[in-house]
Write a protein that binds this ligand. Structure first.
Ligand code: BMA
Length: 876
């Protein structure tokens, strides 16, 4: 039974009322408000209009009082009959409590919680009764639990985090405000059990060829009294519900075997004192398995793994989850013996394309499941095959992994330790962390999508930097978590999955952990100006100059795997406008500055200054920042992919947003993609046509083929004048006949700049690459930066078909339309394309839909381009 309510909620000052009064079954709580569970306090108050929307203007600051209160939740549940028979139990299970809580049932305190990431099960058999039962939970202000604690030299953004096992981003990050939540953020379940229960199921693919797969299955169980015999039956079932393999696992053996220890008399006299734990494992063999692939390499085929626990012929417990048959390893050496950092799926190297995932809202408990589905769907449509669940958020909700399994997206999962020192010398803290790791590894270890466990975000690397800079003088507190505790537990709980202690990590010859020659790498030269190379122990350098932060620095980066890099772009107009007080949606306003939580706003300006020029108004900011991010990511990712013999992954910082701000995200808080996302449909496409070029240098044409099929056809490079002018200038075309083997990046040839231009100026052309004979999106390049281009004013013709939900845009004048954008004031709208370029006369039909089928506000449609201004849509 899920205890989803109604739940009541109220706040008190600390100690205002005695706990037993507020937990008492008979308390009159009619003046309390109703609250959704799972959910959070902020969302409940917002729903009742008690607080104003926290992301509008500076309202987040007005909500800070919530942090200082004691919050009480109450609900009731009915039982027809109390456990009668011996060996029957009732458990109350909390999947997520945020964070320090005391839990009461029928006025009895049943336990405390102190970790948002843990699962808290309580045996309440002895205190429930027939009829109505009462549950009450008190959430303490965090301050009570950290105010007397030691402060550390390093804990980014706030000093209280290290002792509190809670999503770090709640305290504010460089892309989100401080919104410290409280409440019941996971489901609450009442489980009635008889005789025994499953305490764990583990399944791992040991080998998987096209002919046969071998899967190890393990079941763990607990009986409620000694002497109970139980078997678990594990079955693998295909999508048509046919059983393809099964095995019986004798998880709990006979009483005689247990009594071998010489405790027979005690066991007989007190059988309930001897709860029996047991486990058994076996191998399943599956002939002609259908293997699980990422969506770009094949089908993410899922079986169902079902395990039933049987005692004396009666089924007492059941586990069921989808299961993908695949092998997956992190390879640190390529077949030629060179260093690598590559994911090998069913023996095939995956070029990982994707982004870093942060919680989709600060109000984590209230994020609807549909948001997860939409974001993962967008990732797939954006040609991504890997998401990294970043350490400063949470171990995500089940729905996230379900979607990744189902859609063929790999997950790089960080443990929840980000940018701070942690008290690994404290036994209570470490016991808490140990249980958090056990809970989450057991929950997620059977996911086909789960590719890697990673110990932390940037801690090993930044510890060295901060120590070298003199900001940290003490030891590396927390080190034993990532280098001892976690790998030790994984060896026991999830031995067939790869583990990497930190991101970035890996160094050789005295370089720091961000070394491109070993492990993964974060490129924060671009944007943050963090100068590289850097030796271990060397003082870090920041270069705040146009050259220091420019994305052109990506070309100096020969990382084995690029797990973080990126640039800011504005959120979409609707997302910002909706949350900014009237008159403040202007470039340079205090409200716009408040949307940007990064440390030094100059970085973004420098980046644009070097590329597009500094924006003069909000329209230019929207356009220039989006263009810079899109072109910058394209520049970097195409470079990484051209070096796919060495580089095996590009994960952008960051996929999504947790509030309507300006950040590195490719998709904003309203689930409206930015220009970079649409560019990604090309730069992440499995078949990439790419031009490598710098001003004055030859144009080098490449094809990158990530697929398992060879490609054969023709690639054509066409030089188009930006404007047809008075005379139609001849287009210049060069074609290359190509044969590209599977999983290869191939240079096709090059052309001198002057030769390609044939008399045109480099500031006046667009170069297009296109393919015939195989499917690859056409790709566009400009030979000079936007601020140097001579881009004439474009004219757009816009036709709207409301019935078909399409908008057709034509570049109706004589020049290229650059960064054509369609805007609607509604969140979540899906545009089949946006932020694209049109050649003179070229036409594109964009399909629009809302995932929940909401009517589109056509009257408010705006269509514009970088060189055409923004105009209201033209209706027909
Ligand atoms: C990296 C991430 C985040 C941060 C981002 C942008 O450090 O791991 O902590 O938000 O860069 O600065």
């Amino acid at each position: 039974m899920i205890l989803s309510g109604p739940w009541k909620l109220q706040h008190f000052d600390v100690g205002e009322k005695p706990p037993l009064e507020l937990a008492a079954p008979g308390l009159d709580d009619r003046f309390w408000i109703e609250a959704g569970v799972p959910g959070d306090v902020h969302s409940a108050l917002l729903e009742r209009g008690i607080i104003e929307p926290p992301y509008f203007g500076h309202n987040d600051a007005k909500c800070r009082w919530i942090e200082r209160k004691e919050w009480w939740y109450r609900t009731t549940f009915e039982l027809d009959a109390v456990p009668g028979e011996e060996g029957e139990r009732i458990e109350l299970v909390f999947e997520g409590l945020d964070t320090f809580a005391a839990i009461f049932v029928n006025g009895h305190e049943i336990g405390l919680a102190s970790n948002m990431f843990r699962r808290y099960p309580f045996d309440i058999t002895r205190i429930v009764h027939e009829g109505r039962n009462t549950v009450a939970i008190r959430f303490d202000p965090l301050e009570l639990h950290y105010r007397d604690k030691e402060r550390f030299e390093w804990s980014s953004y706030t000093k209280e985090r290290p002792w509190i096992r809670k999503a770090a981003m709640n305290f504010g990050w460089d892309w989100g405000p401080r919104v410290v939540t409280a409440g019941i953020w996971g489901p609450v379940r009442l489980e009635r059990r008889r005789r025994a229960k499953l305490t764990g199921v583990y399944a791992a693919t040991l080998s998987a060829s096209a002919e046969e797969a071998v899967i190890r299955v393990k079941a763990e169980a607990e009986a409620f009294r000694s002497g109970t015999k139980a078997v678990a039956v594990a079955r693998l079932i295909d999508a048509e519900r046919n059983e393809v393999a099964s095995v019986e696992l004798p998880v709990l053996e006979s009483a005689e075997a247990e009594a071998a220890g010489g405790q027979a008399a005690l066991r007989q006299a007190f059988p309930r004192a001897f709860r029996t734990q047991g486990a058994a494992s076996a191998e399943l063999r599956i002939a002609m398995p259908r293997r699980w692939w990422t969506h770009d390499l094949g089908e993410p085929y899922l079986y169902s793994l079902e395990v039933t626990l049987v005692v004396g012929g009666e089924e007492v417990d059941r586990y069921q989850q989808s299961f993908g048959i695949r092998t997956l390893d992190l390879s640190l050496q390529d077949p030629d013996g060179n260093p690598s950092f590559a994911f090998i799926l069913n023996g095939i190297k995956v070029y990982a394309k994707g982004a870093n995932w942060i919680p989709a809202d600060h109000l984590i408990g209230s994020i609807p499941e549909s948001t997860y589905r939409e974001l993962v769907e967008l990732a797939v449509e954006g040609q991504m095959n890997m998401l990294r669940v970043w350490a400063g958020g949470i171990y995500e909700k089940d729905v996230f992994y379900e979607e990744c399994d189902r859609r063929g997206v790999l997950v790089w999962q960080d443990f929840a330790f980000a940018n701070a020192l942690f008290p690994d010398f404290n036994r209570d803290f470490m016991d808490n962390v140990r249980q958090e790791i056990v809970d989450n590894v057991k929950r997620l270890r059977n996911r086909a999508s789960l590719a890697l466990w990673c110990g932390n975000n940037e801690i090993d690397w930044l510890y060295d930097m901060k120590a070298a800079a003199g900001d940290i003088t003490g030891p590396f507190f927390g080190e034993t978590i990532y280098h001892e505790l976690i790998p030790g537990l994984l060896a026991e709980l999830d031995p067939h999955r790869s583990y990497w202690p930190s991101s970035p990590y890996g160094a050789q010859e005295g370089y720091d952990a961000n070394d491109p020659n070993h492990g993964d790498r974060h490129n924060w030269q671009v944007w943050h100006g963090s100068v590289y190379p850097r030796m271990q122990g060397e003082k870090p350098l920041l270069d705040y100059s146009i050259e220091g932060v420019t994305f052109k620095n990506f070309k100096q980066d020969f990382a084995l795997f690029s797990s973080e890099f990126g640039m800011h772009a504005s959120a979409n107009r609707y997302t910002l406008e909706k949350n900014i007080p009237e008159g403040q949606f202007t470039w340079g306003s205090a409200e716009m500055a408040y949307r940007n939580k990064d440390t030094n706003h100059r970085k973004g300006i420098l980046l644009m200054e070097g590329y597009t020029g500094i924006p003069r108004d909000i329209e230019e900011y929207l356009n220039f920042s989006m263009l810079t991010q899109a072109e910058g990511l394209k520049y970097g990712i195409e470079h990484f992919r051209r070096h796919r013999h060495r580089n095996s992954g590009a994960l952008v910082w960051q996929l999504n947003d947790s509030w309507p701000g300006t950040s590195w995200s490719m998709i904003d808080y309203e689930r409206l993609p930015k220009a970079s996302y649409y560019y990604g449909k090309t730069f992440f496409h499995p078949v990439l046509l790419s031009l490598e070029h710098e001003p004055g240098e030859p144009l080098r044409v490449w094809v990158v083929n990530d697929t398992l099929e060879p490609l054969e056809g023709t690639v054509t490079l066409t030089v188009h004048p930006l404007s047809l002018g008075g005379v139609v200038a001849a287009e210049r075309q060069v074609s290359f006949a190509v044969q590209v083997p599977p999983q290869t990046a191939l240079p096709l040839g090059s052309l001198g700049e002057a030769e390609a231009l044939a008399g045109l100026a480099p500031e006046e052309v667009l170069v297009e690459l296109s393919a015939t004979g195989f499917a690859a999106p056409a790709n566009h390049y400009y030979l000079r930066d936007p601020k140097e281009l001579r881009l004439p004013v474009a004219e757009l013709d816009v036709q709207v078909d409301e019935a078909e939900q399409t908008v057709t845009v034509t570049a109706s004048g004589r020049s290229v339309a650059r960064l054509v954008k369609l805007e609607l004031p509604l969140g979540g709208v899906r545009f089949s394309d946006n932020y694209f370029d049109l050649l003179p006369g070229e036409q594109r039909t964009v399909h629009l839909r809302h995932p929940e089928g909401r009517p589109l506000p056509w009257a408010a449609l705006r269509v514009g381009a970088l060189n055409a201004g923004t105009q209201p849509g033209i209706r027909c």
